[in-house]
Design a protein around this ligand. Sequence first.
Ligand SMILES: Nc1ncnc2c1ncn2[C@@H]1O[C@H](COP(=O)(O)OP(=O)(O)OP(=O)(O)O)[C@@H](O)[C@H]1O
Ligand SMILES: [Mg+2]
Length: 377
Amino acid sequence: MKLQDEEIYHRDALARTYVDLLQTSYASSGVFLAAPRRTGKTTFIKEDLNPLLATEGALVIYVDLWEDKAVDPAKVVIEGIRKAILGLEGMVLKGAKASGLTRFKVVGFEMDLAAIGTPDGMTISAALQVLSKMARKPIFLVIDEAQHAQTTEAGRAMLFALKAARDALMLDRSLFGFRLLATGSNSDKLTALINSKDQAFYKAPLEQLEPLGDDYLAWLRKTRGRQPMPAKGVLKQGFERMGHRPEPLKGVLKDLLKRSPGAAQADIDAQFLSLVEASLEADRDLFLRSIEGRDPLDAAVLFRMAKVDKFAPFDEASMESYRRARTARSPDDDTPISKSSVQSALERLRKDGLVWNHGRGAWVIEDSQHAAWLRSS
Ligand SMILES: Nc1ncnc2c1ncn2[C@@H]1O[C@H](COP(=O)(O)OP(=O)(O)OP(=O)(O)O)[C@@H](O)[C@H]1O
Ligand SMILES: [Mg+2]
């Protein structure tokens, strides 16, 4: 049996740019890379950047803090380091592990793999130093959806531990250096990780990942063979309307295939653009309906967050806006809205992945597309 995977457009030149940039001193305190949701961050990192880093001689540790949101971000990173150590020691460690041992002697260190990052065990910094000695290569730690680290106490502590590791690995000339690359889907959230003095990666540079563009569309056209396709400029216009997201574009092209066999080019173009609008409209309606279906206070809080520049959940203007929104929906409901009910609404919204909070009060809507829809409704 052979299963076909989704084809990927490889962004080799972009990977080369980042691999070069990451080796310069500009990147020494870490690089933060932002791009909106569903625009191809993870694909670029896993398919293009990490393989090139590895080919160029780096030891790459990749972790995705969103893979399982229930697992503490600190645990995910520690697990990534542990796997890298196990991977290097290969057979020796596998044998030992199979026999139930967790303490190993590696390059003259005795280490308890099960205890990395725990109060009794080895620190993250020490574990990374051991790894550097074993691998004799620069270590690149790539953290996908890094803003999630800010959501737990252990996650925040882990960022400081990584900073200590970075400094230790870079200062010790007998080691091979360290780089951190962190991605996130919202530059506001990533900015929160680097813009204040009490942040571990204060002043690290923030880059916007270039969205998929003309070269991706040319590749897509090629892979579609003789299927009906809109003209070059029209395809580009539709892709931009959809925020450079491959998934809705592919959906629209599939619908186009059903609708316009044998049609003239001008008709194909018109059909395509109307399918794009219909697809956007459907996504927007679905989202807004899902918000209307929530607890009225959840909806009121979310709308307020989208519509004001500096959202303060409990100030009088916000409380008044919740009361007005509630009265508009249920005129007879006059139960007071308390701070704790607003807090519960925020928690529900966060649990469902609609909003994000960096631990010191600032709330942000998770998906910039959602924020735009809420503002315009
Ligand atoms: N280079 C590419 N070639 C083909 N398809 C792509 C490419 N990049 C992204 N995609 C498609 O776009 C979708 C989103 O990609 P991906 O998961 O990499 O984005 P993301 O920005 O990491 O999303 P999220 O915000 O959910 O983490 C996937 O279906 C993926 O297959
Ligand atoms: Mg991703």
